[in-house]
Structure formats: C-alpha cells, structure tokens
Ligand binder design. Structure first.
Ligand SMILES: Cc1cc2nc3c(=O)[nH]c(=O)nc-3n(C[C@H](O)[C@H](O)[C@H](O)COP(=O)(O)OP(=O)(O)OC[C@H]3O[C@@H](n4cnc5c(N)ncnc54)[C@H](O)[C@@H]3O)c2cc1C
Length: 384
C-alpha cells in the first residue's frame, strides 16, 4: 500500500541521490577502513533512515511494507554495509518491540532507535543452534524482579555498535521446545554482558558482527518483551517474516547495481573490434539477469502489498527470500564473468559485491530453511 505517492516519490528520489552522491563515492573507503564514516552516519540520521519502518507515533516514518521495500530497492544499490547499519533498527533489532512490546517498552526504546541514537540488534543464533534455533541453550532464570541470563549468541549483526539487544532465551528449563523461550531487551552496559572481538568476514566490511556473551547478566523483569514468558520464539519468527521481505528487496537493489556495472562495462570494453555487449553470449547473461531481477522485484512488491492488506505472508516472504537471494548470487557470478579478469580485481566494485552478496543466501534463514518453510506451508494449506 502506498499512502501518498508524491511523498514516497520524494523520499525515493532523496535516497537515490544520497546513494549516488554520498554512498557510492565512499564504498572503497568503507571497505578499506572497515567502518562507515561518522559524517555519513549523521546524514543517515538526518534523512530519517534509521526509522523508516518504525511507527510515526515514536518518531519513525511509519512506512508501509510496500513503501519500505520501494526504499530498500534504492538504498541497496551500493555496498550492503550501509544498509546493514540502518537495517537492524528498521528490522530485526526493533520489530520485536514494535510487534509484541508493551507501550512502556515502545516509549522507552523506539524513539531513540528511530533517531539512530541507539542501534538495535537481534540475538538468536548460538554456537550450537543456527538453522534450528528452537533448542537454543541461553537461559533466563527469574530471581525476584530480574531475570539472570547465561549463554552465548553468535554472529550478531551490529553487536559491536548496539545499544540494545533483543535476546531470545529459555525461561522454562523443563520445556526444551520453542514454547520455553522468551524474548528480552538487554541494554548495553548491563553487568554480565560482554562482547567478543569482531568477526573477520568474507565480505561486507564496514558491517560488523561478534559474539554476545551473558554471564549472570541481570536484566530487569520489565524488559521481558510483551511482559509474557514462553512467546519469545513466536516473536522472533514474526520479526524474521517481516525481515525477509525487506531483505529480499535489498537483494533486488544489489542485483540492479551489479547489472548496471556489468552493462556499462560491456558497452565500454572492446574485444574482436567491438564492444563485448554486442556478443550474444554476453547478451544472454545480461538478459537472464534482467529477467530474474524483474521477477524478484515483482514478487517482493506483490508480497509486500499482500502483507499491507493484512494477509499472512510467511510463505510468500520465504519465497522472496529464497528466490531473490539465489538470483542475486547468479547475477553476481555473471557480472564477474562479464568483467573478465577485471572482475577478479579489487579496483572494480564487482569483486567486492561478489563477496558481499554471498551472505544473502545464508543469514536470516539459509536457502534450505526457506525451502523447508515454503514446503511446510504448502503441506499445511493442503491438509486444511
Ligand atoms: C554476517 C552474519 C550476520 C548474521 N547476523 C545475525 C544476527 O544479527 N542475529 C542472529 O541471530 N544471527 C545472525 N547470523 C546467523 C545466521 O542467521 C546463521 O548463520 C544462519 O541462520 C545459519 O545458521 P548456522 O550458521 O548455524 O548454519 P547451520 O544451521 O549449521 O547450517 C549449515 C548448513 O546446513 C543446512 N541445513 C541446516 N538444517 C537443515 C535442514 N533441516 N535441511 C537441509 N539443510 C539444512 C543449512 O542450510 C546450511 O547449508 C548472522 C550470520 C552471519 C554470517
């Protein structure tokens, strides 16, 4: 749903200009320094990018899902590290509070998340539980008016920068299923919370992950999301369903950028006396990429519209995440191929993108997990 076309076009135009004039020229610097320059972060705050999806009542822009994916298509046409910084505040790092938080929790954290004064992160994965997050072993034991958290979370995006962590922990040790899990907001600086050293990753320099360790970490009982035990896993799954649409839009945007670069290169590079864009084998790679990007974009917009209309789109979101991430991998590979040797050399953005986008098929649920989600939903619907 688009509430006001003119306002949305203005926002998209502003983001497009920001990407072109400020982010793309700084891509190399971000990769070299493994950090987003503070002046760029300040500009992102000014543009309201940290609060795109947060409710207007708490200082966000309150974008609908269709509006949010439309912005994500544009924002992703540069290094994914930029989007990653604002991604957790708009998505997995805030939506637990937005969807299931109490009014007091919303008032306490959402305005600062929307302004980008606070970075949110989402801590589900553990050393022993990734794709199968249900058996997670971090515990939260109630002691009077606090919960005492013990356990380790792994590969947590933006943890080195985060001011708050949405943490899934087991409150019922007798219940080893997802029903024994609750979700908490844990603030940075809480005694007993420590961070590991930042992970050295294949790509996406400028975006950071690390372990988050809880050792007798005393969290106020008021920080239990929604004030209810035993529903934390459901909260996490709702957050991921919405996140999958946003992230699928990011894969579309990144693919558009890689294809733009490949097309430009194919028009400039001459072999056998002609631009390589004139060779039909190159054209096939360009055309397949164009068609697959178009298909992915259409899927994402359709699923976003359905979600805005109140439909349950868990299956469609998984379809988008699966198809768009795999598509992005294929486009990256073809774009390197079109660049020839130059595609393997770090002077060209495609060498970096190729590594950056590999993550897309892994995080927020691997491709295999999306396949399982889709098939299970199909079987459930068929037997209803
Ligand atoms: C850079 C980065 C950022 C991340 N950010 C976050 C974050 O912010 N918060 C967070 O909580 N987590 C985060 N993660 C974790 C990420 O979501 C997990 O890595 C991912 O879900 C996969 O889990 P795993 O690494 O344990 O792999 P595993 O679950 O061990 O999977 C290994 C392989 O087995 C396959 N597999 C597993 N089960 C099945 C099955 N039933 N059928 C078929 N194949 C299967 C998988 O698809 C995969 O190919 C991040 C990871 C990375 C690398």
């Amino acid at each position: 749903m688009i509430r006001d076309r003119e306002t949305l076009d203005l926002l998209i135009d502003t983001v497009r200009r920001f990407v072109r004039e400020r982010l793309i020229p700084n891509e190399h610097r971000v990769a070299d320094e493994d950090a987003i320059p503070e002046e760029i972060v300040a500009e992102m705050r000014e543009l309201g990018l940290f609060g795109l999806s947060l409710p207007e009542a708490y200082g966000g822009l309150g974008l609908t899902m269709e509006e949010e994916v439309s912005v994500a298509f544009e924002l992703a046409r540069t290094s994914p590290a930029f989007r990653s910084l604002i991604g957790t505040n708009n998505g997995i790092g805030s939506q637990g509070i937005v969807i299931d938080g109490t009014d007091a929790q919303k008032e306490r954290w959402l305005p600062r998340l929307a302004r980008g004064e606070l970075i949110g992160s989402f801590a589900l994965t553990e050393p022993g539980s990734g794709s199968d997050a249900g058996p997670l072993s971090t515990t939260a034991r109630r002691e009077g008016d606090v919960y005492v958290l013990d356990g380790t979370k792994r590969y947590i995006t933006n943890a080195p920068e985060a001011g708050i962590f949405t943490v899934m922990a087991r409150t019922d040790p007798a219940d080893k299923s997802a029903g024994g899990i609750s979700a908490f907001v844990v603030e940075r600086g809480t005694p007993g919370l420590t961070l590991g050293t930042p992970d050295r990753k294949m790509g996406q320099r400028g975006a950071h992950t690390c372990d988050v360790v809880f050792e007798r970490c005393r969290v106020p009982a008021d920080n239990l999301i929604g004030g209810r035990e035993g529903v934390g896993f459901k909260t996490a799954m709702k957050v991921l369903d919405k996140g999958r649409l946003h992230i699928a839009a990011v894969f579309v945007g990144a693919s558009e950028r890689m294809l733009d670069d490949a097309l430009r290169y194919a028009l400039e590079r001459k072999q056998f006396g002609r631009p390589i864009a004139e060779f039909q084998l190159i054209q096939a790679m360009l055309a397949d990429s164009r068609a697959e990007i178009y298909a992915s974009r259409s899927m994402v917009v359709d699923a976003a519209r359905r979600r805005d209309a109140g439909e349950d789109v868990a299956m469609e979101a998984a379809c988008c995440k699966l198809f768009a991430s795999e598509m992005c991998g294929r486009v990256a590979d073809r774009a390197v191929q079109i660049h020839g040797g130059a595609g393997y050399i770090a002077d060209y953005a495609i060498e970096r993108f190729f590594r950056d986008v590999r993550l897309f098929r892994i995080y927020e649920g691997t491709s295999q997990i999306q396949q399982l989600v889709i098939a299970r939903a199909m079987i459930r619907r068929a037997s209803e």
